[in-house]
Design a binder for this molecule. Structure first.
Ligand SMILES: Cc1cc2nc3c(=O)[nH]c(=O)nc-3n(C[C@H](O)[C@H](O)[C@H](O)COP(=O)(O)O)c2cc1C
Ligand SMILES: Nc1ncnc2c1ncn2[C@@H]1O[C@H](COP(=O)(O)OP(=O)(O)OP(=O)(O)O)[C@@H](O)[C@H]1O
Length: 188
C-alpha cells in the first residue's frame, strides 16, 4: 500500500495475528536507539519463530501536538524501518480520534497482534493524556524494556537531541546518530 519494494507487509491498522513480537513508537528519524529496539524485536521474533511487528504513528505525536518539528517524512521512515527486516509495519494515523483513545482501548487493539512480547524503552507512554506507561502495559503483556542506547560521549540518543543538533547547524553530528546500519554499542 506504500509502494515499498520489499518483503515487509504494511498496514493502516493492526492485522490479526496468532503470535508476534511487537515494538512501537514514533520512531522519528529511526535513530540508533530506534534501530536497536527494532533490530532486537526482529531478532527475538526470529528466535521464537513468530512474525515481527513495528507499530508507528504518522505524524509523530509530538509533531501532531506542535511540540516538535518532524525529522523524517513517512516514506523515509518506512524505508529505514523496512531495511531492518520486520515482517509487518503498522502505521497508525495519529489524529483526534486516536489521541483520545484510552490506554485500555489501545491495548485491546494491540492484543489482536497476539504479542508474545512487547519491546519498548522505559519512557514509553501511550493513550489519552499519556496515561499509559510500561507498568500498565506489563499488566496485560510480557514487556521487555530496551536499555537506552547512548552515544560515545554517554548521552542518550533521542529525536529531540538530533533536532537540537540540526537547529545548531551540527548536521554531521546529527547524521552520525541517524546513520543506518550502525552498531549502537560502538558508534556515534
Ligand atoms: C492511543 C494513544 C493516545 C495518545 N494520546 C496522547 C495524548 O492525549 N497526549 C499526548 O501528548 N500524547 C498522546 N499519545 C502519544 C504518546 O504519548 C506517545 O508519544 C506515543 O505512544 C509514541 O511513543 P513514543 O513517543 O515513546 O515514541 C497517544 C498515543 C496513543 C497510542
Ligand atoms: N536511545 C534509545 N535507546 C533505546 N530505546 C529508545 C531510545 N530512544 C527512544 N527509544 C525507544 O524507542 C521508542 C520510540 O521512541 P521515540 O520515537 O519517542 O524516540 P525519542 O528519541 O525518545 O523521541 P523524542 O526525543 O522526540 O521524544 C520508545 O519505546 C522509546 O523508549
Amino acid at each position: 500500500m506504500f509502494d515499498q519494494p520489499d518483503l515487509t507487509h504494511w498496514h493502516r491498522d493492526v492485522p490479526t495475528l496468532g503470535a508476534s513480537v511487537v515494538t512501537l513508537g514514533a520512531f522519528d528519524g529511526v535513530h540508533s536507539g530506534h534501530q536497536a529496539l527494532i533490530s532486537g524485536t526482529v531478532k527475538r521474533a526470529r528466535a521464537l519463530g513468530v512474525p515481527s511487528v513495528v507499530c508507528t504513528f504518522d505524524p509523530p505525536p509530538k509533531v501532531f501536538f506542535g511540540r516538535a518539528t518532524q525529522l523524517c517524512p513517512l516514506a523515509a521512515k518506512l524505508a529505514r524501518i523496512s531495511a531492518l527486516g520486520p515482517d509487518h509495519v503498522v502505521v497508525f494515523s495519529f489524529d483526534e480520534a486516536l489521541r483520545a483513545l484510552s490506554p485500555a482501548a489501545f491495548m485491546a487493539r494491540l492484543a489482536l497482534l497476539g504479542p508474545r512480547e512487547l519491546r519498548v524503552g522505559g519512557d514509553f507512554r501511550f493513550g489519552a493524556k499519556q496515561e499509559g506507561n510500561v507498568s500498565l502495559l506489563a499488566r496485560r503483556f510480557d514487556v521487555h524494556v530496551q536499555p537506552p542506547v547512548r552515544c560515545a560521549a554517554g548521552e542518550v540518543v533521542s529525536s529531540t537531541r538530533i533536532r537540537g543538533l540540526l537547529e545548531q547547524g551540527l548536521t554531521a553530528a546529527a547524521a552520525t546518530l541517524l546513520r543506518p546500519g550502525l552498531n549502537p554499542e560502538t558508534s556515534a
